[in-house]
Design a protein around this ligand. Sequence first.
Ligand code: ATP
Ligand code: MG
Length: 183
Amino acid sequence: MSVMESTATMAKRGLVMVITGNGKGKTTAAFGQALRAVGQGYRVCIIQFMKGRKYGEVLAIEKHLPGITFYQFGLDSFVMRDNPAPVDVELARQGFEKAKEVIGSGEYNMVILDEINVAVDFNLIPEEEMLSLTRSKPAELDLLLTGRYASDKLKEIADLVSEVTEIKHHYNAGIKDRAGIEY
Ligand code: ATP
Ligand code: MG
């Protein structure tokens, strides 16, 4: 049996993937990954933390992509890093409970936790709980965690870490909040 054949017949090992960094492109990369996976017949669930807006990708899923289950836990306003509002803490907590539920359910091939790294960095979700959930995921599940400030311990246990680095952003030239680009 060739290496290729033995790999194909082996039970698939799901990956832990992290997309972090200060440049633009993390959430859009994660939704691109979801698009690729759903095209291959995967059951995909995305949980988005700390955001409350109907982004273009959310509208596209609602309209065209019934194979992707999407949950959002956040408000359309900034969370204060040093003094988050109780509602922000509560929503992050609810999102994390949902993440535990969908990861444990075995219903999905891929779960994406968008902006969870920020929620952990802001202490809305305890780092140890996020790490323990990641470590105990079902073996075959692909788990993707996004957001700036990914924890060092998460990077250690991940199979893949990509860092998006800002070289330039049009925001600095005063071009802000474009439909189809930012939302
Ligand atoms: P996107 O959702 O476009 O993939 P992202 O997930 O990498 O971006 P976030 O940190 O989640 O970035 O911030 C989302 C919003 O902030 C987007 O509207 C994006 O254009 C903007 N943004 C991201 N990086 C920067 C940056 N370096 N400077 C200014 N604005 C940024
Ligand atoms: Mg993002």
